[in-house]
Design a binder for this molecule. Structure first.
Ligand SMILES: [Zn+2]
Length: 492
């Protein structure tokens, strides 16, 4: 499988533009011939590629695109699908799908392999998508069900279960003694298979969908302490929003909730998560004259926070004092705070001899032995953690699974890593050791561009001396801040 993929990738990247063949693929709407249309496709060797946004338009799927065109979000009723140029992974809210080929930008087009793309869309599309690869042709048939899935909107103390519908249905809510609720839709048709495979979220312990001759029913079971509070019916497009509140019933009134939502949105825009490595019982590397890595990175982290905040950027710290935080908790903090960037701060060390300079890492399998050694050293912190079971060995196989979520940010992480290393080495006259990739536990699980900065070698006496100085630490913070500003500017 892997070989095949590599061959396909090579054949795409070396193909001269001249061998692209353009063609049109008909899209037939079975119940509405007026909607029928066609979309341009590109034939490349044995692959048929389609322009992602054009196909979305023909299928009436709303989409949004970042200014750079790197990332495209398709909003289907029950999921948002995020495609990233250069990545074969599709993020479907919390799930991932993989296509055999990455989505690629070609000039103004964003091309995706048509058959795997339609397979991903079909899973969440309200109607049926029937693809005939031999022609090729796409048949769109209307949904066979009125209710085809749910999505969740989870906030602290409040979970909304959002149920889109293909047509307006009557909805009767019957609260249950356990705090749950049964919704009954007379005459409704429900896709029970798609409902019953739904995952469980905060405040909701279970969901059960049933089709009876009288109609469709959905029963929502609450977690202990949670309670059904309200069902809101929206008519255009038809949607039922079922709200559960957490224990104590301290549900905020709607106005307060709205204000909080607005604040959260604004807050989510530019949050940089600063992660000073190590801490507490884990000192990190120790310099020849006894300087602790954990102390240096905390001080630089606090300075970075201050510097970024002076630039109007919100920050969150995984630790702001000398305490031990498990690695997995660090990315959890990052994700829960709605961070946009994750920066883990470290000082480099080697066991024998001397080495100099700054280097940065992003998450990907280690390519060199040196990168592997740095990762091993930083990962060794898990020996301080109580439950070590959750960290599997970073063998290549585990690694692939673990990094899937990060994969959609790899390109940006690499860019950010490049900017940070350049700015630090130029601003502080440190040797530029470049950007490398390795498997760091601390970067796994962060759903945002993430880098790990090895600021200088604490194990080398002359660099340990620099790391002791306040001016040097402030300059480090200033240079990282400059790189972050540059990066955020570019992302806009
Ligand atoms: Zn470290």
């Amino acid at each position: 499988m892997r070989h095949l993929l590599i061959i396909l990738l090579i054949s795409i990247s070396f193909n001269p533009i001249g061998s692209f063949a353009y063609d049109w693929m008909p899209i037939e709407w079975m119940n509405d011939p007026d909607m029928s249309d066609s979309v341009r496709i590109v034939r490349l060797d044995h692959q048929v590629l389609v322009e992602l946004r054009s196909l979305a338009d023909r299928l009436n799927i709303d989409w949004q695109c970042t200014k750079t065109g790197e990332r495209i979000r398709l909003d289907l009723p029950v999921r948002s699908l995020i495609f990233t140029a250069g990545s074969p992974f599709v993020l479907a809210d919390k799930e991932l799908r993989q296509m055999p080929l990455p989505v690629e930008r070609q000039g103004r087009d964003v091309l995706a392999p048509v058959e795997p793309l339609i397979a991903v869309l079909a899973e969440f599309y309200p109607g049926e998508l029937l693809f005939d690869p031999s022609l090729p042709q796409l048949l769109v048939s209307p949904p066979r069900h009125d209710l085809f899935g749910v999505r969740y909107d989870v906030e602290p103390g409040c979970t909304r279960v959002i149920i889109p519908a293909g047509r307006l249905l009557e909805c009767k809510a019957e609260p249950l003694p356990d705090g749950g609720v049964t919704l009954f839709f007379p005459g409704g048709k429900i896709d029970t298979a798609s409902f019953n495979r739904e995952w469980v979220v905060d405040l909701i312990a279970g969901l059960m969908a049933e089709q009876t001759p009288e109609g469709a029913s959905i029963t929502l079971k609450p977690d202990s302490g949670a309670m059904f509070c309200d069902v809101e019916k929206i008519t255009d497009p038809p949607l039922y929003c079922v709200e559960f509140t957490g224990s104590g019933g301290m549900g905020l009134d709607r106005e307060a909730q709205k204000r909080l939502d607005a604040e959260k949105d604004a807050w989510a825009l530019d949050v940089v998560v600063i992660d000073p490595g190590h801490g507490g019982k884990d000192p990190g590397a120790i310099g020849p004259t006894g300087l602790y890595e954990k102390d240096v990175v905390l001080d630089v982290g606090l300075r970075l926070k201050k510097t970024l905040e002076q630039e109007g950027i919100r920050t969150v710290m995984t630790r702001d004092r000398d305490i031990f935080i498990p690695l997995s908790k660090r990315t959890q903090i990052a994700n829960n705070s709605g961070g946009k960037l994750f920066i883990s701060l470290h000082c480099n060390a080697i066991q024998h001899g001397r080495a100099y300079g700054v280097e940065t890492y992003f998450l990907a399998p280690a390519k060199t032995e040196r990168a592997m050694k740095v990762a091993l050293l930083e990962n060794s912190v898990i020996k301080f953690e109580e439950s070590q079971d959750q960290y599997q060995d970073l063998t290549e196989e585990n690694y692939i699974l673990l990094t899937m979520a990060q994969a959609s940010f790899a390109r940006e992480s690499e860019q950010l890593a490049g900017m940070v290393v350049e700015d630090i080495s130029a601003g502080l006259s440190l040797k530029d050791r470049g950007v490398d990739q390795a498997g760091f536990y601390v970067l796994i699980g962060a759903s945002m561009p993430s880098v790990l900065v090895e600021m200088a070698f604490i194990s080398t006496k002359s660099e340990e001396k620099k790391l002791r100085s306040k001016e040097f630490r402030q300059q480090l913070a200033d240079q990282i801040c400059a790189a972050v500003l540059k990066f955020l500017q570019q992302m806009k």
